[in-house]
Write a protein that binds this ligand. Structure first.
Ligand code: BV8
Length: 254
């Protein structure tokens, strides 16, 4: 990074720390970029190699599961293994620490990897569910697996119905609890942090719009520009695993 842009970034981090110091209620939305430095490919990168011939919308949908449950389970088991082998990165830990240094912080994550919780953000709102949990397709509740199934696919231990990953697929509604809690935080916060998301998937991407509409300061952390960047008050262009610890240090030292 050339001298000028490093200086400009340090200045933007300092300005973000001033906004954090003044904030009464911070709402944070994280996306797949938050876990990139933990070795979990971002949602669109996850379709490299074996999966590159698919688009997310072709695998993460009820129709895909209906059409070819074995293929969909293969993709999820592959991603589950990546998640199991991953660790939270310094960005996850910095966010957990930040929650202890501001009056109120609501963390909403689009990620299904559970890394925020493993880093200490126990109250993270799982807007799109959690890939490590199974859900019964009949009882629509989190379920455990039968030891054996005739179909070779995971079945509910209680009722024998097929199991699915406990995530929100494209075309499915966000669970009402997370939806309402996230919408309330976005429209009542005075500072909104959008971290590691391409701001393309709705209704999650609408949370930043709600915060802007309610007059909150919006700060984005992302190495690349997104549709949100032109509307953000501050854009910290870099990896969250480095910028969140820098932001926390600036807040502490301020
Ligand atoms: C719904 C769980 C209605 C599954 C996921 C046309 C226009 C607008 C909307 C739509 C449309 N057509 C359809 C829709 C609706 C659709 C949608 O938004 N589609 C998009 C593709 C246009 N939304 C839905 O279907 C939602 N449901 O609308 O239901 C309804 C209502 C009532 C009743 C019935 C129905 C459901 C959406 C949820 C889908 N599930 N995940 C799974 O994971 O398997 S979404 C999936 O994408 C992940 O959760 C992921 O997190 C999320 C968003 O992606 P990002 O997190 O932003 O990840 P991405 O890879 O895109 O970007 C990564 C970013 O990180 C990049 O910007 C990169 O620069 C940055 N980065 C990289 N490295 C770093 C970094 N940042 C920081 N540090 C780094 N080191």
């Amino acid at each position: 990074m050339e001298e000028g842009s490093a200086g400009a970034l340090a200045d933007t981090v300092a300005r973000a720390a001033v906004a954090l110091r003044k904030a009464r209620h911070v709402c944070v939305l994280t996306g797949a970029g938050m876990s990139a430095e933990s070795g979990i490919p971002t949602f669109r990168d996850a379709l490299t190699g074996l999966w590159s011939r698919f688009r997310p919308e072709e695998l993460a949908t009820p129709e895909a599961f209906e059409r070819d449950p074995k293929l969909v389970w293969q993709w999820y088991e592959w991603r589950r293994e990546l998640v199991r082998q991953s660790q939270p990165n310094p960005g996850h830990y910095a966010l957990a620490e930040l929650a202890r240094r501001v009056p109120r912080l609501t963390l909403v994550t689009q990620n299904v990897d559970g890394l925020h919780q493993r880093a200490g953000s126990s109250d993270a709102i799982e807007y799109h569910g959690n890939i490590l949990r199974d859900r019964c397709t009949r009882e629509a509740a989190v379920a455990s697996r039968a030891d054996w199934s005739a179909s070779g696919l995971p079945e509910c231990a209680a009722c024998g119905a097929p199991l699915r990953p406990d995530v929100v697929w494209f075309g499915e509604p966000i669970p009402s609890g997370p939806m309402l809690r996230a919408a309330d935080a976005a429209s009542h916060c005075d500072l909104f942090l959008s971290i590691g998301t391409s701001a393309l998937v709705y209704p999650a991407a609408g949370l930043a719009e709600a915060a802007l509409g309610a007059g909150a300061t919006v700060i984005e952390i992302n190495p690349n520009p997104t549709d949100l960047t032109p509307h953000a008050h501050l854009a910290l262009q870099g990896p969250s695993g480095q910028l969140l610890p820098a932001l926390l240090a600036a807040l502490r030292d301020g």
